[in-house]
Design a protein around this ligand. Structure first.
Ligand code: ADP
Ligand code: ZN
Length: 588
């Protein structure tokens, strides 16, 4: 993988050229004094009539000028009728580049020349990956968080993680105080949990509250193919941080450089980068006032060397928000929005099990955008419902002309099957929404099945979930015949298989196979065990499929009623479903 020495020298020269010109670029760019606005702030300013001009050019950021002369940048919504919204709000729209871009263009030229040269050089090396690495390196800047101040007030829910991080504020503010008592400041903290749960936000809040600079990098940026580059980057990152004195360094996706070393796929380069990180961390002077916060989705995949005392010895879980936390997060983002009277945030909190903080923020934001598009007075329930779909399934597919009536019908019966089964066997689950509106992500429709918030799942819960998953295919088979079943059930089958296999292998829930964990047995298990598990899984699956089929058969009338209503209305909510099922006499 490594290049020959001569080549490395050429690469270095080109790289230095590129970096120099990018420096010029950033310097010029700075002069414009652009303020960064969140999209919500931008909408507010627009509504308040403070936005003069917006440049609709092909730029990842949306830029423009406020009436007070300041330039601003915000996220580009890239919606179809954005221009119309701007015009309705009396904002000037310029679609050619305009002079705002001029300085950028000039400084860009050097940048492009250097990178062009490098690109040619690299393509000669016939390695696409190489050039990708290079562009990645040039983008990798530890960012100082600048004006945007994040504080703990911006973090809702996450009570325990928040308290834990709050403890660190005083360490950062007064390291001397702790030095006096000979106490050692924690150097590294790992925040672990699913994406979008606020790990980055917490790290930023720590820096914001302690009023120290915030440096952010991602572990995946360090995975370089050039020997020594990753380690070098680590050293320069820490050097830069030290120059600032106290600060917070945030390393996202720490697993990319700190994966468990299992000897099999050991990679010298990641090892070197990881070692550089550990060396830097142990090289902190006591109580220097630098805290490294790392984030990962999974703690168990990390190299133990990272977790030793003096390194990342504090590990804090940042989990998905529970119903109270969801309510708090919704309130936080609802505060700045005109919510209609028919909106009950507590109820929405109940309906959003498994949503992350980021998804909740997204839900509120999408609703606001929808309301803004219609110039509605308030954000109402319909906006939230529509946004709900967007958040979990991606944008609604606009062009429905390509979908045949037959496909719609199949989807309707399939989704009705899921919904009916949920209502029949798991009345505590919520079916907050069933729809046959296809999404751009490819799903034909979906049935939102939300189990009650609980710590453990019972064997019955798991079997119920398998039956609910199978009910889509069952409905297709019963209504359209076995030869007309579709590929629409593939996700369901995957889910059902996963549950069955984990019941057998992990949870000791299968009498025949017994109370053993088959992952632990790996290595000592002889021939035949895998085959036995597969055989048993298949038997259980067939049995459950038959049970599901019998159940759907006896309630075929309700199935039809639901499916027909779906074809008519496309989307049904929980009340609709309950009502429709009650109407039918067969339901006991
Ligand atoms: P992570 O780093 O865990 O992937 P982020 O911190 O990047 O998640 O979260 C993304 C966004 O989601 C945040 O900028 C914020 O808008 C929102 N968010 C997530 N969790 C919370 C929370 N607990 N309180 C408020 N906002 C949150
Ligand atoms: Zn399905």
């Amino acid at each position: 993988m490594g290049l020959k020495k001569k080549n490395i020298i050429i690469v270095m020269i080109v790289l230095i050229l590129g970096l120099l010109s990018s420096l010029v670029y950033f310097k010029l760019y700075d002069k414009e004094e652009t303020i960064n606005l969140s999209y919500n702030q931008f909408i507010e300013k627009m509504k308040a009539g403070q936005v003069k001009t917006v440049y609709l050019v092909d730029d990842p950021k949306l830029k423009g000028i406020l009436k007070n002369g300041m330039s601003f940048a915000t996220d580009h919504p890239r919606t179809e009728n954005f221009k119309e919204i701007l015009l309705i709000n009396n904002v000037g729209v310029e679609e050619n580049k305009g002079n705002l871009m001029l300085t950028n263009i000039i400084s860009f030229i050097g940048f492009i020349i250097a990178f062009g040269a490098m690109g040619i050089f690299l393509s000669r090396q016939s390695s696409k990956q190489t050039s990708r690495e290079f562009s990645k390196m040039s983008n990798m800047e530890a960012v100082d968080q600048g004006d945007i101040k994040v504080t703990f007030a911006n973090v809702a829910g996450n009570h325990e993680a928040k308290e834990n991080i709050m403890d660190l504020v005083d360490f950062l503010r007064n390291p001397e105080k702790y030095a006096k008592y000979g106490a050692r400041i924690p150097r590294g903290v790992i925040l672990y949990g699913p994406p979008g749960t606020g790990k980055t936000l917490l790290a930023k809040a720590l820096a914001g509250e302690a009023n120290v600079p915030f440096f952010a990098v991602s572990g995946s940026d360090f995975v370089q193919i050039y020997a020594g580059l990753g380690a070098g980057r680590i050293r320069s990152l820490f050097k830069k941080a030290r120059e600032k004195g106290k600060c917070v360094i945030f390393i996202d996706e720490i697993d990319a450089l700190g994966k468990k070393r299992d000897g099999l796929n050991g990679n010298d380069e990641t090892d070197r980068t990881l070692n550089a990180l550990l060396t830097e961390m142990s090289g902190f002077h006591e109580n220097e006032g630098i805290i490294v916060i790392a984030a990962t989705n999974r703690l168990d995949t990390l190299d133990e060397a990272l977790l030793r005392p003096g390194r990342f010895d504090r590990q804090i879980e940042v989990g998905l928000p529970d119903v109270n936390a969801r309510h708090k997060i919704l309130k936080l983002y609802g505060k700045t929005k005109p919510l209609g009277k028919n909106i009950d945030l507590e109820r929405i909190a109940h309906e959003t099990v498994y949503f992350s903080g980021a998804q909740l923020e997204n839900l509120m934001n999408e609703s606001a955008i929808l309301a803004a598009k219609e110039s509605a007075e308030y954000i109402d329930k319909a906006h939230i419902d529509k946004a709900f779909y967007t958040v979990i399934a991606g944008e609604e597919k606009k062009d429905r002309s390509t979908i045949s009536e037959k496909d719609r019908e199949i989807t309707a019966y399939h989704e009705a099957g899921h919904a009916l089964m949920t209502k029949l066997i798991a009345p505590l689950n919520k079916v907050t929404k069933v729809t046959i509106i296809p999404s751009t992500k490819g799903a034909g429709g979906f049935s939102m099945n939300i189990p009650p918030d609980r710590m453990y799942r019972t064997k019955k819960d798991m079997i119920d979930n398998i039956k609910i998953a199978l009910a889509g295919r069952v409905a297709e088979e019963i209504i359209f015949g076995e030869e007309n079943i579709t590929t629409g059930a593939s996700n369901d089958i995957e889910k059902a298989t996963e549950i069955i296999v984990s019941m057998i292998k992990k949870f000791g829930m299968n009498k025949k196979v017994g109370l053993l964990n088959y992952d632990v047995l790996q290595g000592i298990r002889g021939a035949g065990i895998d085959a036995e598990i597969i055989k048993e899984a298949r038997r259980v699956m067939e049995d459950l499929y038959q049970q599901t089929k019998n159940m759907v058969y006896t309630h075929i009338e309700q199935l039809s009623i639901l499916a027909k209503e779906l074809l008519k209305k496309e989307t049904l909510n929980e009340e609709d479903i309950d009502q429709l099922i009650k109407q039918s006499k067969l339901y006991k």
